[in-house]
Write a protein that binds this ligand. Structure first.
Ligand code: AMP
Length: 190
């Protein structure tokens, strides 16, 4: 059956790590719009050249470009089982995704809101800057990404709360503890 899970939360909350593990254990495909964009940047595609300065400034890439990527990915999957990681990030993206899920008859298993206090998020992102060398993990860009999250993505918390899909996950614990909380919230714990 076609099914989807959405990971929502500020930068540094651990969405990517958790989404990767959940995807591999549930046999789902992880769709990280950030990873897809970084791969375009690395390959120097037209989209990559457009997106890079926006990403380096910590701003959100325009909805039409993101929705194009998601539409392309989903259309290549006959029976989608996907974990959306870092998408949707704006109300327009959330509404477009709702439409896609309806049209493709994809059941939304839950929206996982992974959060942690902002000083912890910034600490983690600065640590990741040293480990992975992501060009948008410097202090100035991190601040801009947090502001974009508060302004444009946080309203999605209300949006999904109203539909009853939202599940709050404390992202502060150890990776294993957070993962366990996610499995319990989705009711997929063995
Ligand atoms: P992430 O790896 O999810 O933190 O994304 C890195 C950057 O890619 C973000 O700061 C944005 O510039 C861009 N990006 C990723 N996903 C989206 C999205 N759904 N909408 C707009 N921009 C995005």
């Amino acid at each position: 059956m076609a099914e989807a899970v959405i990971f929502l939360g500020p930068p540094g909350a651990g969405k990517g790590t958790q989404a990767k593990r959940l995807a591999s254990e549930m046999g789902f495909k992880q769709l990280s719009t950030g990873d897809i964009l970084r791969s375009h940047v690395a390959r120097g595609t037209e989209l990559g050249r457009l997106a890079k300065p926006i990403m380096d400034a910590g701003k959100l890439v325009p909805d039409e470009l993101i929705l194009g990527l998601i539409g392309e990915e989903l259309s290549s999957m006959p029976d989608p089982r996907v974990i959306f990681d870092g998408f949707p990030r704006t109300l327009a993206q959330a509404e477009a995704l709702d439409k896609l899920l309806r049209e493709r008859k994809i059941r939304l298993l839950g929206v996982l809101l992974v959060t942690a206090p902002e000083d912890e998020l910034v600490r983690r992102l600065l640590g990741r800057a040293l480990e992975e060398g992501r060009s948008d993990d410097n202090e100035e860009t991190i601040r801009a990404r947090m502001a974009e999250y508060r302004q444009k993505t946080q309203p999605l918390v209300d949006y999904y709360q109203k539909t009853g899909s939202l599940k709050q996950i404390n992202g502060l614990g150890k990776v294993d503890e957070v993962y366990q909380a996610i499995q319990e919230a989705l009711g997929v714990k063995a």
